[in-house]
Write a protein that binds this ligand. Structure first.
Ligand SMILES: [Zn+2]
Length: 443
């Protein structure tokens, strides 16, 4: 018996290269893909549920490798401003208003958007993470969660202990869909002694670290002036790189930084839309990849990125590389989609059962409509996916074998109720009081 049979779908293979196989059946049993076969050959009578997917494309679920999901609450608040203004005049004021309940509703709001965009896994970095974990549990999505830590107050030890308790409480929860690591904010916010403590704790409890690294050139210059080391060198000398690390951004690595990254267990995340908007510079993703360093795509928060759409991130990533190198043959469709699918699974340390659709792999997958005019004709399906598809073409989202959206209807979340609830919270959340700010940005 199969729990779910998807019939007559085109299927996107991601290994060894990205290509579409026409007209396939996909059978799911429990949380795994149990069978793949030519369309119409798997027995319908042995399936508890059937999705007729003629004309659709099945792809692995998309992975958002760096986000601040509840920031969807602040989408559109701080536009056309510098990164300093963005932090100091807007975001760090309104984040001082957040309660655990606000973050819960913000997380549900962002998760709804991601399920609609075909994102099945997110690495989230925020505050009140019990609320985010609760929202992930209820939604059916998969996540790697960290509590953002500043380590700047005299309560730094308490902050680190609370993060450790969060990991104990949630790592492996929700049928294993939730994992939890440590999340020091960055080398420019966190004091060096605190980063050393985080590194020791990560090693002691055998967990990983998710941190912002070298977002702007000013951050690198300031780090060199203050410590004599680049942010990447700081990661190494504080011991953080002795544990698996997600380094978000890495926009300005030196030659020596690249060597350090490739010598350690580090995955990097590229968020091109936020970086284009903030004119912060771009991660040299092709150079990183050539050094054997994993690259995935992320959206950062929607207060800078405006969407949580990984297809959009992948498209921008490819276009920016072609533009920056003045060479149209780089960042090919194959390379870019492999970063999205395989790179995402690598950077989140999800293991071999993710990022690819094959028998025995975890059933995290999406179905994308191809009957829209912009998706036709089907001369090059991977090209259509990268350069023509809209997130709104995602029809069905499946995580761990469970259907979270079908026919663009969310099955685990009440979208109207979430939007209503967020609306009632916004007037209070958007107040910016001069005396209330959770942190100060100095590169
Ligand atoms: Zn970020």
């Amino acid at each position: 018996m199969f729990d779910l049979l998807i019939r007559h779908t085109d299927l996107l293979q991601t290994l060894p290269t990205v290509e579409a196989v026409r007209d396939q059946d996909i059978a799911i049993r429990g949380t795994q893909i149990a069978a793949l076969a030519p369309g119409g050959t798997l027995p319908v009578e042995q399936a508890a549920h059937v999705i007729e997917a003629t004309g659709m494309l099945a792809a692995p679920g998309l992975i958002n490798a760096h986000a601040h999901v509840p920031m969807v609450l602040f989408r559109g608040l701080a536009e056309d401003v510098s990164i300093e203004n963005w932090f100091n005049d807007y975001i760090w004021h309104v984040e001082a208003n957040l309660t655990a309940e606000d973050v819960y509703w913000g997380a549900l709001f962002g998760i709804a958007e991601m399920i609609e965009c075909g994102v099945t896994t997110v690495a989230d970095h925020y505050f009140f993470m019990d609320s985010v974990a609760q929202a992930i549990t209820e939604s059916g999505m998969r996540a790697l969660l960290v509590t953002a830590m500043f380590g700047t107050s005299e309560n730094a030890e308490t902050e680190l202990n609370a993060s450790t308790v969060f990991i104990e409480r949630w790592h492996g929860a929700a049928e294993g869909r939730i994992r939890a690591w440590l999340g020091p904010h960055s080398t420019y916010i966190c004091p060096e002694p605190f980063l050393r403590k985080v590194a020791e704790r990560a090693k002691a409890i055998g967990t990983g670290v998710h941190i912002h690294v070298s977002e702007t050139r000013e951050q690198v210059t300031a780090s060199l002036a203050k410590t004599g080391r680049t942010p990447v060198e700081m990661l190494k000398t504080t011991g953080l790189l002795d544990s698996p690390t997600i380094a978000a951004h890495v926009a300005h690595p030196s030659h020596f930084d690249l060597q350090i990254l490739s010598d350690h267990d580090v995955g990097t995340v590229h968020c091109p839309k936020t970086f284009l908007k903030l004119a912060a510079g771009m991660s040299p993703i092709l150079t990183l990849r050539d050094q054997g360093i994993s690259v995935a795509f992320g959206t950062d928060g929607a207060a800078s990125n405006n969407t949580l759409d990984i297809l959009e991130a992948a498209r921008l990533a490819a276009l920016v590389q072609k533009h920056e190198r003045r060479t149209p043959t780089v960042a090919t469709i194959n390379e870019t989609l492999q970063m999205a699918f395989i790179g995402g699974a690598e950077v989140l340390r999800l293991g071999d059962n993710f990022g690819t659709l094959a028998v025995g792999k975890t059933a995290d997958l999406i179905l994308i409509r191809q009957d829209g005019v912009a998706m036709q004709p089907l001369i090059n399906i991977p090209a259509n996916l990268l350069y023509s598809a809209s997130a709104r073409d995602v029809d069905t989202t499946i995580v761990n074998g469970r259907v979270l959206m079908q026919g663009r209807k969310l099955l685990t979340l009440d979208k109207a109720a979430i939007i209503r609830e967020v609306q009632t919270r916004l007037p209070r959340l958007l107040q910016r009081l001069p005396e209330k700010r959770i942190q100060t940005y100095r590169p």
